[in-house]
Design a protein around this ligand. Structure first.
Ligand code: ADP
Length: 173
């Protein structure tokens, strides 16, 4: 395995050194709130025009567009599960990370940054989501050759702390 995995606190729209950022999308691939709103605001109207015809998407699915006015070449849009509604939540959430990484691999993308999918408006408890996300990343990296860097970008201080704890556990650090 020669893929680095890092955690950082920050904003997903300002990851200038990253080839592809991941959007915590809605089914219609519309701007909306949270991560999706921030990404569409930073990317400009061209992103919506390119993304919407690829929708609607199902929970766990990932599709790719250009980055438009973002500092990144690509945006990979993943629809996370709505907690308590889309089941089984853990498998659907893991599919988001796996499908996004596979898409990046197929497009020969070298670096990718994820937000914490489903833990905002979709209500997935943070600790459980962090475990699912990091476990999905751990098992996916074996199949990655082109992707050299995976970054989780956590918005809040607590989010970062929770991911740090789970990282130690899952990667046996
Ligand atoms: P979902 O609908 O999948 O739950 P949200 O966009 O509501 O997605 O939130 C997902 C997570 O991303 C939340 O923890 C939220 O605090 C965080 N978040 C919101 N805006 C940003 C941003 N600009 N960069 C990184 N993370 C963000």
């Amino acid at each position: 395995m020669n893929t680095s995995i890092e955690l950082t606190r920050g904003d997903i729209t300002t990851q200038k050194d990253i080839d592809a950022i991941v959007n915590a999308a809605n089914a219609q691939l519309l701007p909306g709130g949270g991560v999706a709103g921030a990404i569409h605001r930073a990317a400009g109207a061209g992103l919506k025009a390119e993304a919407v015809p690829q929708g609607p998407v199902k929970p766990g699915e990932a599709v790719i567009t250009g980055g438009h006015d973002l500092p990144n070449k690509h945006v990979i849009h993943c629809l996370g599960p709505v907690y308590g509604q889309d089941k089984p939540e853990d498998k659907l959430l893991a599919n988001c990370y796996r499908n996004a990484l596979q898409l990046a691999e197929n497009k020969e993308i070298e670096s990718i940054a994820f937000p914490s999918i489903s833990t905002g408006a979709f209500g997935y408890p943070l600790e459980d989501a962090a475990e699912v996300a990091l476990e999905a990343i751990r098992t996916s990296v074996r199949e990655l050759d082109n992707v050299k860097l995976i970054r989780m970008v956590l918005f809040g201080k607590k989010d970062l702390m929770v991911y740090e704890e789970k990282m130690k556990k899952i990667f046996d650090l």
